[in-house]
Design a protein around this ligand. Structure first.
Ligand code: GUN
Length: 284
C-alpha cells in the first residue's frame, strides 16, 4: 500500500507552529510584517497573492499589499523596493512573479535586501544554499524537504532524481537533497532517456510543468514520488505532472494533487517571515 503524503495536514501543522511563534513575538511587542507586491492582474498571481495574504492573517503576520498597475515601470518598482528595504517595520518583501515584459525580473530580485528576501530568490541566498551557509530557501523545495522528513522518509544515501531545472524549484530542490546527503541527478528538456534516469530514483521529484507526463514507465517499484505540478485538465479538474492513477500503485509514498506540495509553499513562506524577523532582531 502506498502512503499518501498529506500536504494539507503537514502544512497546517507548520502554520500552527508559526502561529505560536508569531504570538510569542507579539506578546513582546513585535509585529512581524510582510510586504507583498503584485504588478498587473494575472488571474493565477491574484489567487496566489490572495492566499498569501490569507495565510498571513491566519498566523498573525501583518501583510502590506502593493497592487501596482500592469504598466508600472521598472524604475517605479525598484523605487518601491528600495523604500521597503529601508523600512525598519518591514521584515519580508515578496514580489509575485511573473512580472510584465517591461520589467527585468533579475534586476528586481537582485534589488531586494537579501535579509528580507523571504522567497529565497536573491543570488546571495541561492549562493548560501549552494555553499551550506545560512540564508532563505525557496519555499516550494523547502516545503518538499519538510513533507519527506515529517512523513518519516529519509533522504540520506537515496538516489534522488529531480525532473526540471527552474530557479524556483528544480535547482534549489537538487541542492537541498544534496544537503540531506542524497545522491542527486537533475533531468531537463535536453536530457537523453529521462525515463531511464527517472527509473533509478528512490525519490523522484517531478517539476516539469507538463500535465500527467510522468507515467508508471518513469517510476521504480517502491519509489517515493513528489509531484510539484498543478494544472487544470479538460474537465477543469486539478492534476499534477504525475499520472497519479497509473503511478500511485507502484510507489511506497506519493503526494496527491491537490493537497500535496501546493499547500507547503505558503506554510514555508510564513516560516521564512519569522526567520526574517529574527534576523532583523539579531542585527538591531
Ligand atoms: N510565482 C510562482 N511561484 C512563486 C513564488 O514562490 N514566489 C513568487 N514571488 N512568485 C511566484
Amino acid at each position: 500500500m502506498s502512503q499518501i503524503i498529506d500536504g494539507k495536514a503537514i502544512s497546517a501543522q507548520i502554520k500552527e507552529e508559526v502561529k505560536a511563534q508569531v504570538a510569542a513575538y507579539r506578546d513582546r511587542g513585535a509585529e512581524i510584517t510582510l510586504a507583498v507586491i503584485q504588478v498587473g492582474n494575472d488571474p493565477a498571481s491574484s489567487v496566489y497573492v490572495g492566499n498569501k495574504k490569507k495565510a498571513c492573517a491566519y498566523v498573525g503576520i501583518r501583510s502590506l499589499a502593493y497592487e501596482l498597475p500592469e504598466e508600472t515601470t521598472e524604475e517605479e518598482l525598484l523605487t518601491l523596493i528600495a523604500d521597503l528595504n529601508e523600512r525598519g517595520d518591514v521584515h519580508g518583501i515578496l514580489v509575485q512573479l511573473p512580472l510584465p515584459a517591461q520589467i527585468d525580473e533579475n534586476k528586481v530580485i537582485n534589488a531586494i535586501d537579501p535579509r528580507k528576501d523571504v522567497d529565497g530568490f536573491h543570488p546571495q541566498n541561492v549562493g548560501a544554499l549552494c555553499t551550506g551557509q545560512d540564508g532563505f530557501v525557496s519555499c516550494t523545495p523547502a516545503g518538499i524537504i519538510q513533507l519527506l522528513k515529517r512523513s518519516g522518509i529519509s533522504i540520506e544515501r537515496k538516489e534522488c532524481v529531480v525532473i526540471g531545472r527552474s530557479n524556483i524549484v528544480g535547482k534549489p530542490m537538487a541542492l537541498l537533497l544534496l544537503k540531506e546527503n542524497g545522491t542527486v541527478t537533475v533531468c531537463h528538456s535536453k536530457t537523453k532517456n529521462v525515463k531511464e534516469v527517472a527509473k533509478r530514483a528512490d525519490i523522484l521529484v517531478a517539476a516539469v510543468g507538463k500535465p500527467r507526463m510522468i507515467t508508471e514507465e518513469y517510476v521504480k517499484e517502491g519509489a517515493v514520488v513528489i509531484d510539484v505540478g498543478i494544472h487544470r485538465n479538460a474537465e477543469n479538474k486539478l492534476c499534477g505532472d504525475v499520472d497519479y492513477e497509473s503511478v500511485a500503485p507502484h510507489t511506497s509514498a506519493i503526494t496527491p494533487v491537490p493537497g500535496g506540495v501546493g499547500p507547503m509553499t505558503i506554510a514555508m513562506l510564513m516560516y521564512n517571515c519569522v526567520e526574517a524577523y529574527r534576523f532583523c532582531e539579531r542585527n538591531q
